[in-house]
Design a protein around this ligand. Structure first.
Ligand code: ZN
Length: 310
């Protein structure tokens, strides 16, 4: 069993409009945009990152916005819900705020003793705010003050067939997760001693396989401290029979990718070097940053990418 994984590092989803996506995360949810760059593998598409002040691993929601992308269809073999932690007692604020902003899918539920507010993102993305004790310092805005602000990720909820859930549970245990309690068709796993985003829920369902599109989670990334630990994880996964990509330089972290039983794309990302690698913390996310291999495309990309008004 591995002991290098801390919990979530980031969650990356697909969107349609970049402007709408940016407004939802920075204005409605009050996160900080910590990087405005492009998809390194397809540089005509933005890669937008939202999180806390520094973009601390475990807080970072990221998007590839494809203009006019069709919506995804929910189903099995995907992360159905991405959950963020808010302080105990903050849900009434959020329920009122999100209702006023005409956010869809608002529903109060409880899971494993925690109060949740479910809601949908601009492309139908499945989200929840979960009340929990959490000492992380949040990014605060005029509209979303510190006492109610999002602390970072709480968990990701994977929706799987029974067979894939069993195989995924085995994978999570291999990755260092321990099984917690269950409620209904959901079983919770967590990394002991991990970061504050150390929970994964597995929910079983008979639904057809998901069809990825706008509003779908593209992949979830798990945090490791450094490249050495990442190589240990890579070797262990490959020794177990997983097909893992080589280490890829994403400028702000190094990444490896592999698919789970059931087809969910997992990444293992390093906490180093971080988002202040090419911008001061005070100005994170303001300028369009391009990786060196795409810098020659800057003039074309600046003309082509949808303008984002802050
Ligand atoms: Zn990623």
């Amino acid at each position: 069993m591995l002991n290098q994984i801390n919990g979530l590092h980031h969650v990356t989803s697909l969107a349609s409009g970049a402007q709408e996506n940016n407004a939802f995360f920075t204005k409605a949810l009050g996160l900080r945009r910590v990087k405005k760059t492009v998809n390194f593998d397809a540089p005509d598409v933005y890669h937008l990152y939202y999180g806390d002040e520094q973009g601390t691993p475990g807080t970072v929601m990221t998007y590839f916005p494809f203009p006019n992308a069709r919506r995804g269809r929910a189903g099995t073999g995907e992360v159905a819900t991405t959950a963020f932690t808010v302080p105990n007692g903050a849900l009434p604020f959020w329920e009122k705020r999100l209702a006023e902003l005409k956010v869809s899918g608002l529903e109060r539920t409880t899971r494993l003793g925690e109060n949740r507010l479910m809601f949908r993102g601009p492309d139908g993305d499945g989200f929840a705010l979960v009340e929990a004790q959490d000492d992380r310092t949040p990014w605060a805005t005029d509209d979303v003050p510190e006492d109610v602000a999002i602390r970072g990720f709480h968990s990701a909820d994977m929706r799987l067939t029974q067979r894939d859930a069993e195989a995924s549970a085995e994978l999570l245990r291999f990755m260092g997760y321990e099984k917690d309690d269950s409620q209904g068709s959901t079983t919770r796993f967590h990394v002991p001693g991990g970061n504050e985003a150390n929970v994964i829920d597995l929910t079983t369902t008979d639904a057809p396989h998901a069809d990825q599109g706008a509003g779908s989670v593209h992949h979830i990334a798990f945090s490791v401290d450094n490249r050495e630990k990442q190589l240990e994880v890579r070797k262990a996964l490959m020794d177990t029979g997983y097909q893992v990509t080589p280490v890829i330089d994403r400028d702000y972290f190094w990444a490896i990718y592999f698919r789970t039983p059931g087809g969910v794309l997992f990444e293992v990302a390093t906490n180093e070097p971080g988002f202040d690698r090419d911008e001061d913390t005070a100005h994170l996310g303001e300028a369009l940053k391009l990786p060196s291999q795409h810098e020659h495309l800057r003039a074309k990309l600046e003309q082509m990418l949808e303008p984002i008004k802050d």
